[in-house]
Design a protein around this ligand. Structure first.
Ligand SMILES: [Zn+2]
Length: 486
């Protein structure tokens, strides 16, 4: 989802629309005309008296869903029928293969990758973060090359483009900053021109309070999240950047409970994570209807054990992070959830209260000008979970380990699909989130019963609001705290 431009998101949306329109249309003319012929198997059946009874036709999505379920069931039936030792082997995380796949990608990519020429900081992030999750350190030359490359993507007037000389963009700025924070060296962190980046972000701010992705670009929740995440991580978030963002995001929460990319659009797992994480970093999470959000995300985990990104869509490994992390974040927000539930019960009859906070109370504008925004991300991760997992964390690990891993290294969307760096990054991020989600003490390690497969599967914990490895976040937090304010 969040990896490419809105243009591709729109293409995706248009395809989905035309697919749903196609399924809503009457059957093709050929089958209607041939009324003397027996109807297709999926659409009709022969009753006992020989009359033809119409059965509901299956939509394209229903057929695809059945195929995926059958494929996944086949994989799981092998696991359930296996001896304990074989089960353990089947549930292993193939670390060495994933390390090899990701490291190789950092050194050289095939010519076909030219289509991702405007996403090169993303490629760096997916691979560098994936390797950090696997506790793999890069060699000095490679680190130096990445820092040098990202410096050349940095625009003279602030922000990072998709490659050297390309237009600065909030999404690639997020990818570049997260990569440099993950590398974590003095040269990596000090290469970020925070004063220029701050100016770039202010230029991207719309009068509604939301952000646009780039000059003349689209305004959406993804732009809001990437701006707020980068600003928070670099300790440059202030009232000017924060003003109005929370109200915009609250307007994007839909009747289903999830968050859409824009107001009045469809709830989507990627935007739900982005919106929720940004709200926490802004300390405005009470503006969202959290019980409804939790309900929507929880029901996106299907019989395949992984998550779907939208209602009635197929399971996809990358949502192990977008949906898995979103629901894991709410485990630390139970005080707000309880408060909202109590308010909801007591104010059912009284009108005027708006849990979504879309009223014009102007929470952000009421804040003092000395809010320490960087502390919100820091304090959040130090808090313990107030409740156990609100999703099936073991089932999610099962989907990632058995259905998303590729034997040659790398992870994928679902069985039958190819591996790629994006899915490798987000499947591993989702695996880490699910391994740590059952812990109630933020300083301890997961117990073996919270993990599926051997304990050697354990990945590094992440800071889920930024999706960077926790140790790397801590170092960056100290570094930018001590650096002079912009
Ligand atoms: Zn995906």
């Amino acid at each position: 989802m969040v990896r490419v431009s809105l243009r591709s998101a729109r293409r995706h949306r248009d395809r989905a629309r035309s697919r749903s329109q196609a399924t809503a249309r009457p059957p093709p003319a050929a089958s209607m005309e041939s009324s003397s012929q027996p109807p297709p198997l999926s659409g009709a059946d022969q009753s006992e008296d020989g009359a033809t009874a119409e059965l509901p036709r299956l939509t394209v999505t229903q057929v695809e869903q059945m195929k995926v379920e059958a494929r996944v069931a086949e994989i799981y039936s092998v696991l359930f029928g296996a001896a304990p030792n074989t089960k353990s082997v089947m549930l292993e995380l193939w670390r060495d293969q994933h390390v090899e796949y990701l490291t190789k990608g950092l050194r050289r990519l095939a010519p076909s990758f030219h289509v991702l020429d405007a996403n090169r900081p993303w490629l760096c992030y997916w691979m560098v973060h994936g390797l950090a999750l696997l506790e793999e350190t890069l060699d000095d030359d490679l680190e130096h090359d990445i820092v040098d490359f990202l410096s050349r993507c940095q625009d003279r007037d602030g922000g990072y483009g998709g490659g050297p000389g390309q237009l600065p963009h909030l999404a690639t700025s997020y990818a570049a900053v997260n990569t440099l924070v993950t590398i974590g060296s003095e040269s990596a962190l000090s290469s970020i021109k925070r004063d220029n980046l701050y100016k770039f972000m202010l230029q991207m701010k719309d009068e509604s309070g939301a952000f646009r992705m780039h000059e003349g670009g689209e305004i959406d929740v993804r732009a809001c999240y990437t701006a707020i995440s980068v600003a928070s991580l670099l300790n440059i978030l202030d009232d000017k950047l924060a003003k109005g963002v929370g109200n915009y995001i609250a307007r994007c929460q839909t009747y289903e409970g999830g968050i859409a990319g824009e107001p009045f659009a469809e709830a989507h797992g990627g935007y739900t994570f982005c919106g929720l994480a940004a709200m926490i970093l802004l300390n405005e999470v009470e503006k969202l209807d959290l019980p409804s959000l939790i309900g929507w995300v929880a029901f996106r985990q299907g019989v395949e054990c992984g998550f779907q990104g939208r209602t009635n869509k197929l399971v996809d490994g990358c949502y192990s992070f977008w949906q898995g992390a979103a629901i894991a974040l709410t485990q630390k927000l139970m005080t707000v959830v309880d408060k909202q539930l109590k308010q909801s019960y007591s104010s059912k009859s009284s009108s005027g209260d708006n849990l979504c906070g879309t009223s014009s109370s102007g929470y952000a504008s009421e804040k003092s000008t000395n809010v320490d925004y960087a502390k919100f991300g820091f304090d959040f991760i130090k808090q313990s979970n107030q409740i156990g997992p609100l999703f099936h964390n073991i089932a999610l690990q099962q989907y990632i380990l058995l259905c998303a891993q590729v034997l040659e290294g790398g992870l994928r969307d679902k069985p039958g699909k190819n591996r790629d760096h994006y899915h490798s990054c987000y499947c591993l991020s989702g695996l880490s989130v699910s391994q740590y989600s059952a812990m109630t003490d933020s300083d301890s390690c997961p117990l073996p019963q919270h993990m599926l497969g051997p304990y050697s599967n354990l990945l590094e914990p992440i800071h889920p609001l930024y999706n960077v490895v926790l140790d790397k976040y801590d170092d960056a937090y100290e570094f930018f705290r001590e650096s002079d304010q912009v």
